[in-house]
Ligand binder design. Structure first.
Ligand SMILES: *Cc1c(COP(=O)(O)O)cnc(C)c1O
Length: 345
């Protein structure tokens, strides 16, 4: 049976071109700054983001952690959305390892933050308060169903950060999906923030890796932080080689993933047992629930698995299906048939 794996775009396998580039990659010891392929990936990433410098890291989680550790000292405060991946899914690493105090404000359903609430959250100088050093945004927004935060919404938070003298970081794990959805160069998004983390191993299909980009002085300090969390990874050019192919060949095709997500959402909307707002689907993530509260999510999940369709529950009420390089338009038709069968058309 052909498995259709919609659990995440992290399940994507490297392309033939990536495997060839990995095989042929020129290598050196990256801790000495001597891996030419890593250096090339970092330079290319900085160029794409319109930043001075970039740093190759193992994962998105490490990218956000190293960025937060570099921005904030112990007892400093970071403001982020209460639905942020960094708040929910990264083990509270910035607090555990960096003593950083996380202050959440509610995410709006469209993934953005209310600028007035962020302004109110920034601490004034007072002996009782921590220092606010950083604000974090996320684009696209994972928990908000792959929502795209607009350039205007980012500008509004940027203005608050500048007025308060606070830095702005973007968790851009899927920032290329945002750029494609907005129809702008990714640098237009990155220009709104001081530092950005993006993933090569999600929709861009590289096997491993993320990149932090920002000012050269910041990246030099982040390189030290990466080392202390064990992220000095030697002949990493075998991985960076795939990342270069990802940046050069896998960005434009994200429109296919978005079209497949749209087709899935429209099809699901025609099934009465499914609860979904197809207009909320903007990129490659489709969130949906069940209209009948008596129907068990685990039963539906198992029924789909029995038919070769794998999806995750996002929470107690919603499934999350993610389209990616391994999913075709025909697969979407099969998924809709399987859902029909399982929930009873
Ligand atoms: C996946 C993801 C991360 C973490 O990336 P990993 O490579 O899985 O550690 C961070 N932020 C967002 C928004 C993500 O979707």
């Amino acid at each position: 049976m052909h498995t259709i794996d919609l659990r995440s775009d992290t399940v994507t396998l490297p392309t033939e071109a990536m495997r060839l580039a990995m095989y042929q990659a020129e290598l050196g010891d990256d801790v000495y700054g001597e891996d030419p392929t890593v250096n090339r990936l970092e330079q290319l990433s900085a160029e794409r983001m319109g930043k001075e410098a970039a740093l190759f890291v193992v994962s998105g989680t490490m990218g956000n952690l190293v960025a937060l550790l570099t921005h904030c000292g112990r007892g400093d405060e970071v403001i982020m959305g209460d639905q942020a991946h960094t708040f929910i899914y990264e083990q509270g690493g910035s607090s555990a390892l960096g003593g950083i105090h996380v202050h959440t404000v509610p995410n709006l359903p469209d993934g953005s933050l209310d600028p007035a609430q962020v302004r109110d959250a920034v601490r004034s100088p007072n002996i009782h308060f921590p220092f606010t050093r950083l604000i974090c945004l996320e684009n696209t927004h994972n928990r908000c169903g792959g929502a795209v935060v607009s350039l205007e919404q980012m500008d509004a938070i940027r203005a608050v950060a500048q007025e308060a003298g606070v830095q702005l970081h973007l968790d851009g794990a899927r920032v290329f999906n945002a750029a494609v959805a907005l129809g702008v160069p990714v640098a237009d998004i990155a220009a709104r923030v001081d530092t950005i983390q993006f993933c090569l191993s999600k929709g861009l299909s590289a096997p491993v890796g993320s990149v932090i980009a920002g000012p050269a002085e910041f990246i030099a300090r982040a390189r030290r932080m990466r080392k202390v969390v064990g992220g000095g990874f030697r002949q990493a050019g075998v991985l960076a080689a795939a990342g270069i192919v990802a940046l050069e060949t896998m960005v434009d095709r994200l429109t296919e993933d978005h079209a497949n997500a749209q087709a899935l959402a429209r099809g699901l909307a025609e099934i009465p047992a499914i609860k979904i707002d197809p207009s909320a689907v903007r990129t490659n993530i489709v969130m949906f629930g069940l209209s009948d509260p008596g129907m068990q999510m685990s039963t539906v999940q198992q029924g789909l698995a029995d038919r070769g369709v794998r999806i995750n529950a996002a929470d107690a009420h919603r499934f999350r299906a993610v389209t990616h390089y391994g999913i075709s338009a025909e697969d979407i038709i099969c998924v809709l048939d399987a859902v029909q069968e399982v929930v009873g058309a």
